[in-house]
Every structure is written in structure tokens, then in C-alpha cells.
Design a protein around this ligand. Sequence first.
Ligand SMILES: [Zn+2]
Length: 110
Amino acid sequence: MDNANPQKILGHCPLCHAAYATSEIRQLGEKGPTRLFHCTCTDCGHAVLAVIMETSGNISSVGLVTDLEIQDALRFAELPAVSSDECIAAHRVLEQDSCAWCARLLDKKA
Ligand SMILES: [Zn+2]
């Protein structure tokens, strides 16, 4: 695959529009025509996870603002995906035990 230059596609921070430094665009992974990048803006300090997909000469990209720093993004990129069972279990905990959870959080702050 003839990879498109990520600097051209991910050239600017979507939040403050400052140009990304080349060194702040890091590729986290690649699967088929899809590549995952982490971009850190040196002007405003925000970070974005961006997916670039290139098929038949067409390029599309999607960005997501994240609070993951590059070290965290690299670590999470190697972990297995969250399963649907884990999502359902988290939803149940939040729905059924949210009062107890909040009480515990408030106790810790007190
Ligand atoms: Zn920025």
C-alpha cells in the first residue's frame, strides 16, 4: 500500500488549528488499509486519536479528542479490545450500584 503522508492529512489541531509538529504525530498501529495515529498539539496541549483509511486511492479520516498521552495510547493499543460482556457489566454496575459508588467517592474526598 502506498501510504499517504499523515502530516498532510493530520496537519492541524482541530481545537486550536495550530500546525502539528511532525514529531508529535505518532503511528500506533496499522491493520489492512487502516492506520491509527496519536497527535499531540504543542500549542494547546490537547491530543487526538485519528484513524486514516485508504482504499482505492480514496482517503478518509476520523479524529477523536482524547486525554490519553502517547505512553498511555501505546499501552492501550496493545491490550485486547473491551468485550460486549464487559460493557454490559459496566453498565449494570453504573445503573444498579451508582449510589453506593458515589457515596464511596464522596467518603474518600471527605
Ligand atoms: Zn491545539
